[in-house]
Design a protein around this ligand. Structure first.
Ligand SMILES: NC(=O)C1=CN([C@@H]2O[C@H](COP(=O)(O)OP(=O)(O)OC[C@H]3O[C@@H](n4cnc5c(N)ncnc54)[C@H](O)[C@@H]3O)[C@@H](O)[C@H]2O)C=CC1
Ligand SMILES: O=C(O)C(=O)Cc1ccc(O)cc1
Length: 378
């Protein structure tokens, strides 16, 4: 490159560095302001996630971006990323305690992943939390004595037996659980306890960082007025609640969880059996394949017992998985017969069935693919 061009480039790069440094100062200022908002929200007991404020703020910024010739999507992406950071930081100021004057809360399995997360959230909100874990049963009476709420968060395979083993709880004590399946645990809680009962299913793992925008499914058991405060508290943490009948929930989980994890399991098992070279696959991956590998690899980074239990928990899941295998075989037959037309016809039939959702999923996945591509290192 000519000397003049090199100098020009250097000068422009210096200016970009200056702008980036100003951006860092602005980000610091924004984060300080957001922290003050967090403190005010905490005092007032306002949920950390305010969907309407978020939507109207984004709409305004998108318009302003457009006016000065910046991509509205770029500005939205940056702001969403900043808001995610703010939700994480809002944990540091704690959360408003919805129910004061509450007796202690016991988390059975509180040393585990999800129990640990709820322990943290409840403690941050000012509640006194005790733990009853697997080696504490000789002190179970003392730990549960005078409890206002007992939350069961133990592996699915022992949930019902743990519930039936609980000491007699006060009539006004709330009995809740966080299990990934709901019918059997809710029935076991109703049988074991006379007082308020609620089944909860947090639809997220313990590594979410913040509960903002996460979903918790609520299956009412008994005396919902008594645990309304708990649902309000979860909303203060930023989560959305979805009410469902326990059976309806479990039915949906056959596809959302059991089938999903089973097919990821088989996918990973196949890569292992084929002794696939993951480095090479990553090197040649399209963004969608990278996402697929991330989803499958993520499964194997987690607890084998949790996912085995989710897959094994409901007998009906076996039928859903067997049906899936049948479809696989049908599709394989079309492939082996070399029936290209049939394959295309089936493809279009399924596409038609997806209807507007297909376009919606394509738009949603576009951003994920861009992130997957951003994080490409090799
Ligand atoms: N980890 C996750 O991503 C999610 C888990 N869940 C549900 O949360 C529950 C707990 O799952 P994780 O926290 O992942 O499991 P985990 O294995 O991390 O924790 C389970 C805890 O229960 C304790 N425990 C085991 N047997 C016990 C017994 N007999 N008495 C008392 N404590 C006992 C363990 O020592 C451990 O501390 C499960 O029902 C699971 O379905 C729900 C949504 C997400
Ligand atoms: O983090 C992941 O990959 C999960 O799949 C988390 C998860 C695990 C179990 C549940 O019942 C709900 C959510």
């Amino acid at each position: 490159m000519q000397e003049k061009s090199t100098q020009d480039l250097e000068r422009l790069r210096d200016q970009i560095d200056d702008v980036d440094q100003s951006l860092i100062s602005l980000l610091r200022r924004r984060m300080d302001l957001v922290a003050q908002v967090g403190a005010v929200k905490h005092k007032a007991g306002v949920p950390i996630y305010a969907p309407q404020r978020e939507a109207s703020m984004l709409a305004k910024r998108r318009n302003e971006a457009q006016e000065v010739g910046i991509s509205p999507q770029l500005v939205e992406d940056i702001l969403r990323r900043l808001m995610r950071e703010s939700y994480l930081n809002e944990k540091d100021v704690g959360f408003k305690q919805i129910k004061t004057d509450l007796r202690p809360i016991v988390i059975v399995g509180g040393h585990g992943q999800l129990g640990g997360l709820f322990h943290q959230m409840l403690t941050l909100s000012g509640y006194e939390v005790r733990i009853l874990d697997k080696h504490d049963w000789d002190q179970a009476e003392a730990i549960c004595d005078n409890a206002s709420m007992v939350i069961v968060s133990v592996p699915i395979s022992v949930t019902e037996s743990v519930i039936s083993r609980l000491p007699t709880l006060a009539d006004d004590c709330i009995l809740a659980d966080l299990t990934s399946v709901k019918s059997k645990p809710v029935a076991a809680m109703l049988a074991a306890h006379k007082g308020p009962v609620v089944g909860l299913h947090p639809m997220f793992g313990p590594d979410v960082g913040s509960l903002a925008k996460q979903l918790v499914v609520v299956c009412h058991g008994r005396d919902s007025d008594a645990y309304q405060w708990l649902l309000e508290q979860i909303k203060i943490w930023g989560a959305r609640l979805a009410e469902a009948d326990a059976h309806q929930h479990d039915e949906a989980m056959q596809l959302v969880q059991a089938m999903r994890h089973f097919s990821s399991f088989v996918y990973g098992y196949n890569l292992y059996k084929e002794n696939a070279d993951l480095d090479v696959l990553l090197q040649f991956s399209s963004p969608i394949y990278r996402l697929e590998l991330a989803m499958v690899g993520r499964l194997f980074a987690q607890d084998a017992e949790l996912y085995t239990d989710i897959i094994f928990a409901q007998e009906h899941s076996h039928d859903a998985i067997a049906d899936y295998l049948k479809r696989y075989q049908e599709a394989l037959k079309i492939l082996q017969a070399g029936d290209r037309d049939q394959f295309i016809a089936t493809f279009n039939e399924v596409g038609k069935w997806f209807g507007d959702f297909a376009g919606q999923f394509q738009r949603e996945s576009r951003n994920m693919l861009k992130s997957a591509n951003d994080s490409r290192q090799i």
